[in-house]
Design a protein around this ligand. Sequence first.
Ligand SMILES: [Zn+2]
Length: 81
Amino acid sequence: MNQQQFENFTASSLYCEKCKAAMPVRERLLLVLPDREIFDYLCTGCGSSVGRREITAGEKTLAQAMVRRRPRRGAAHQLTQ
Ligand SMILES: [Zn+2]
């Protein structure tokens, strides 16, 4: 079995040129087209774009199912007034 393809689909860390290391990334919706959506991957260390992914209409339902499964990140959300 080849697990590499699955890893690519759920990339959570990518190599960052600026940080010179594999960094955890944040997925951001960049562009919505009639037949696909384009996501940008931003380095959580320096905020620069380190990758991009296109999701076609067919893949979208699969991606949404995976997002729904992922638990929310609450730790980075704490704000003091
Ligand atoms: Zn970086």
